[in-house]
Design a protein around this ligand. Structure first.
Ligand SMILES: NC(=O)c1ccc[n+]([C@@H]2O[C@H](COP(=O)([O-])OP(=O)(O)OC[C@H]3O[C@@H](n4cnc5c(N)ncnc54)[C@H](OP(=O)(O)O)[C@@H]3O)[C@@H](O)[C@H]2O)c1
Length: 267
């Protein structure tokens, strides 16, 4: 069942217990928070009362959290560096980790890629998911912790103009599922969830992809975007992910599609 309006899609949304409605004690690390979806996600967690650590290679600018509830602090770091995940997890002891960071793929047909451009998202997105998820399991984070990995709808449908992007995002989803299995086997009580946003023109990454697919399809950018429906905004992405961590872990699915209409459980 698809529940629009930013609602968490479950067969029985009323079953969701708001056990985590108070995020004030739950430090949340958002990796890839200087712009785009990650910036919206970091702001939403801070507005919901969480102490947020916003990680990126450049410091983003943020408004004061609404209601003065949460807080937002930036950490300038390359999240793909093998030492960064361990040191930031040790320093901040988070209960929520949201991995959003990713490289912007070069948009061109397969034969126009070099190996370096083809593998860009493996060297960033997959590398970040691997290091951070591994460190979460090794540490491990406290029972009840939540880890959300932002993959892509491209992992489901492919993305023929972006080289290795779709495969990299599919691998992020696999890494998330493998981590859940390891957590369950070791009784760690950590919930890992993959979230797959549909292409949105409201970020740099999404805009360049939309432009390339419009040209390829002989459409104007406006025509291409119209057929996608209401775009996912960074604010809506933030609201959806806050809702996801607030939901009872027992009701959370391994993966969700995320569109302008909200989260939809994947089979
Ligand atoms: N936009 C879409 O249409 C769409 C659709 C499906 C999935 N997604 C996925 O959603 C995520 C966010 O996309 P977006 O459109 O918001 O992208 P974006 O606007 O390009 O933002 C990417 C963010 O990741 C950070 N980042 C990149 N490499 C990093 C690194 N090595 N270490 C730390 N931070 C790093 C960037 O900050 P710095 O450059 O300052 O480090 C920036 O804050 C990506 O994983 C993307 O694949 C996006």
């Amino acid at each position: 069942m698809y529940v629009p309006n930013r609602s968490l899609d479950t067969e029985a949304a009323h079953d969701l217990e708001d056990t985590m409605s108070d995020l004030s004690g739950r430090t949340t690390i958002v990796v890839g928070a200087s712009r785009g979806l990650g910036r919206g996600i970091a702001a939403a967690f801070a507005d919901a009362g969480a102490p947020v650590i916003a990680v990126a290679r450049t410091a983003g600018t943020f408004d004061e959290p609404a209601n003065g509830a949460g807080s937002l602090r930036t950490e300038v770091a390359d999240a793909a560096d093998a030492t960064v995940a361990g040191s930031l997890l040790d320093r901040h002891q988070p209960e929520n980790v949201v991995l959003v960071a990713g490289a912007t793929p070069l948009m061109r047909p397969l034969q126009h890629h070099t190996w370096e451009s083809f593998s860009a998202n493996w060297e960033t997105d997959v590398r970040i998911a691997f290091h951070w998820v591994r460190e979460v399991l090794l540490k491990p984070l406290r029972p009840g912790s939540r880890v959300i990995v932002v993959s892509s709808g491209a992992a489901l449908a492919g993305s023929p103009l972006s080289g290795g992007y779709a495969g990299a995002k599919a691998t992020q989803r696999f890494i998330t599922a493998y981590a859940q299995e390891e957590s369950d086997r070791a009784g760690l009580g950590i919930t890992f969830t993959a979230v797959m946003p549909r292409i949105t023109p409201l970020t740099e990454l999404g805009r360049s992809a939309a432009r390339a697919y419009a040209v390829r399809g002989g459409q104007s950018e406006e025509e291409y975007l119209r057929q996608l429906g209401a775009p996912l905004t960074p604010e809506a992405a933030g609201a959806a992910l806050v809702e996801l961590v607030r939901a009872d872990a027992a009701t959370v699915a391994p993966g969700y599609l995320l569109t302008g209409g909200g989260l939809k459980k994947l089979p």
